[in-house]
Ligand binder design. Sequence first.
Ligand code: PLP
Length: 440
Amino acid sequence: MDKAKGFLLRLRIESLLAFPSSFEYNHAVFLTTLTAQTVPTPTLRFIPEKQLQEIRTLFPHTSRGLLYLNHAATSPLSQRVFDSMKRHLEDRSEGKIETFLDDLPQIQKTRELVARLIHAESADRIALMGNTSDAINTVVAGLPWATGDHILINDMEFPANVWPYLNLRSSGVELETIPCPDGMLTPEEVEMRIKPSTRLLAISAVQFLTGFRADLEALGSLCRDRNVLLVVDGIQAVGAVRIDVQSMKIDALAAGGQKWQMAPLGTGFLYVSEQLQERIHQKHLGWLSVKVPWDFFDYRQPLADSARRYEGGTLNAPGIWGMHAALSTLLENGIGEIEKHILALTQLLTDQLQSVDGVKLISPVSPERRAGIVTMELPRNVDAQSVFQSISKRRAQIALREGKLRISPHFYNTPDEMNRNVAILKEALHEVTAAPSSAL
Ligand SMILES: Cc1ncc(COP(=O)(O)O)c(C=O)c1O
């Protein structure tokens, strides 16, 4: 980087650091003076300070000095989630014990919350699931495949979104993996590879490693026009950014609850459009799949009209009580506001990390293509594992994935915490790179 540009970037970072922790500002004004910069100038909109402080009371670890920035792995359970699950477990243990009649309405309300969160047509389009993998498999295994059918996927996907498709090879299905060396996939690249035999595009709404956010609006229209199913792994997006299954023309959306939805492990959902449901011949049937499960001996009855037909048997009620509390918290704060806050936090990280010597961002810089994940590579001669350990020692929790450092803040994190995290990273880098000489 030339000297003048380096100075301007530093100036920009310092000016960002000077802003108070919860503030709505547009650094466009500042950047108009930086003619050398070609970086877009988004308005950073944080959740107002008072609201943010209230939200933080739900997360006890925030007052205990832990800087948790690993929501792309597993989110903390809020106090509200914990209390809700605890009440249910107490009831199961020493209260009513049989809580079925309380659980059923809660399960339906949870389907309704999911429908609101992703703008589904109704709660009838939602099946509650134990994880993303089960949800994807429900769709993939239930579709009628023929030899020569073609599926498009890409080489950035988390394995949960790959194995269910690899499993189709025995049915003669051709799985084409689009290489994405720069960590992105455009609708144009997908379009180029669609052929008459293409049946399905499998993609994550947000990639687990790079944080790349797919242009689902464009992909949805493309797929609909070309009669290709769009099946989305939404676990790294739902709860962090807006997902609208209708406007995005998503046929199926699968998402575990443990990450951005902030729900317990072993929760999640599957959204299936009505049209797709008609094409799925489900591989698993259970007593709860049918229209009237309590008509035990009526084996001639049809399946449930709704996506409940994919649920099969007794659900994870403790998890669902927790999931209901988690989704209520997100929806009460507004997913649009949450998205803006997360994008502002990841913008701060993006801006600051670009000026850290030796650090190379692999996440998209543009806010349209980014969500809650910022990932970086360290120089080859720096041991990422040691840097990661040094960061953990300083009570900041991020992730080490494929030798890269991944930071993923959620809606209760503050701009100050982003600054602190970058400072900790610099300290850790210094400690690790200084180590060999100090050992002499
Ligand atoms: C994109 C993606 N899909 C799925 C999963 C997890 O799948 P499951 O919910 O089946 O455990 C992860 C991360 O763990 C992920 O990053």
